[in-house]
Design a binder for this molecule. Sequence first.
Ligand code: COA
Length: 329
Amino acid sequence: MTHSGKRSRIAGLGINLPSKILTNAQLEKMVDTSDEWILTRTGIRERRIADDGETASTLAIPAAQEALRRAGVAPEDLDLIVCATSTPDMSFPSTACHIQRGIGAKGCPAFDILAACSGFVYGLSVVDNFIRAGSAKNALLVASEIFSRIVDWEDRNTCVLFGDGAAAVVIKATESSSHVIDSRIRADGSYADLLTGGGGSASIVSAKQFDPKSHFIKMKGNQTFKVAVTNMAEVCSSLLADNGYTANDVALVIPHQANIRIIHAVAKSLNIPEDKMYINVHRYGNTSAATVPIAMYEAQEEGRLKKGDLVLLVAFGGGLTWGSALVRW
Ligand code: COA
């Protein structure tokens, strides 16, 4: 199949956030923490928690349907489905295949991307390359995470940070000036031990050795913080420079929402005013791969994304992975 448009336009967005809210005050009753500590160290006030019956795919499907509706694309017209998640429904079939069935699409390739909190930016880069190659013209990219299932609710170092949520974008091949200009995705596995989630073959051991906490997140928060800031700033700087832009050209940065102090430190390092950094971490905490598209959706709803704006996306996560994308809105 040949396609005339070779650039990727974000044509429709959707989100789905669980209605159940877990506040810092409620966390005070669960672990030895305080609203004041969480707020000053992270900027988080509350996060959403999925119901017991919810999975990554059931959370994703309404977000995908909203994105399709807004883009004016029918499920049967999709020629690619990519889902970024570190909390898949199961090891296989992929969450993307479950979403495909749930939205009534058929036949197109569907696969997951595991890049932890960088998953959406990784997915955008992959989809953009499919579109540039002429291999897709109507793609669905979803990020859906239920971190409440892999958080140790007895570990105050991690349980205050994460939340659940899903978001989706429909990406169409285009020849218009509104498109993904470029992206960079990176990883350094030598930092693998800084941030890990279990649930894979390494934690599936004999019943005798079974460790009920083996599938929980483990994190060296302090070291992760430093590497996050350095790498997020570096990848943004090089992406801008390689495309002939400076930080002054950027209208809005949509960063991964892990910690408000990381966002402020990245802004400082890039010399971008804080009011150009989109922030909603106070409402949802860190929803891993879903933070960037949830933030993008809310920025659009608030009128902060205007046609022609230069928008910089940046994320960082376990792996370690990180990446950035430059979008002309
Ligand atoms: N409530 C109260 N105290 C807490 C706490 C909590 N929820 N979590 C940790 N503490 C304590 C620690 O035990 C430590 O106590 P100690 O000094 O008696 O040992 C103290 O607070 C300071 O811990 P430290 O790790 O130095 O704090 P920090 O300023 O680095 O903030 C993080 C901790 C986790 C908020 C911060 O390191 C961070 O955000 N890191 C990045 C994590 C991240 O974003 N991961 C996802 C990346 S995608």
